[in-house]
Structures are given as structure tokens and as C-alpha cells.
Design a protein around this ligand. Sequence first.
Ligand code: ZN
Length: 97
Amino acid sequence: MSAAREETIRDLKALRAHLDRTIERLEKGGTLARDAASAERTPPDAGLAEPFVGRLIRSKYSGRCLVCGENYHLDEQVLYSRELRRSAHPRCGKASP
Ligand SMILES: [Zn+2]
């Protein structure tokens, strides 16, 4: 048997083993994208180490407070952090001077 032919057979066996593992995972209810999905998952916004500091402005949008996660509304007073590009309720952070 030629070396190239042996190599091809070895590659195909490795591929078959990989496919067997993938099929087994799917049969157990897993997904193909499992690894990618867990890598892309981002931690929640809550639990900031530092207090939120921002400039007191009237919001031009409605959105979600970075600190408590509750909504704020259009034209409501919010603290806006240019650094984080996020807003928070005035009660949830500190106004920068
Ligand atoms: Zn808040």
C-alpha cells in the first residue's frame, strides 16, 4: 500500500471518529454550536466593581440602566458615561463634577 493511500485512510478514520463524536453529542441533545456559543456569552452588566460615574443629562433615548437593569425613558434625567457609552439612573451612580 502506498504512503499516500495509508495517509488517506488514516485521515478518513480520524474524520469518521470526529463525526461519531459529533453525532453522539447531537443524540444526547447537545448542539453543534455549543462551544462557540459559550465562548461568545458575555457576563451580565450587574456587579460593577466601581460605582457608575457619569454626567447628568436628559436622555435622548429610552434604554436600560447599566447598574440596576431597569428601564429609563426618553427625556428622563440619567447619568451618562462617555467612557462606557452607557447610562444609569441618577440614584444608581454618582454625577461627575
Ligand atoms: Zn438604575
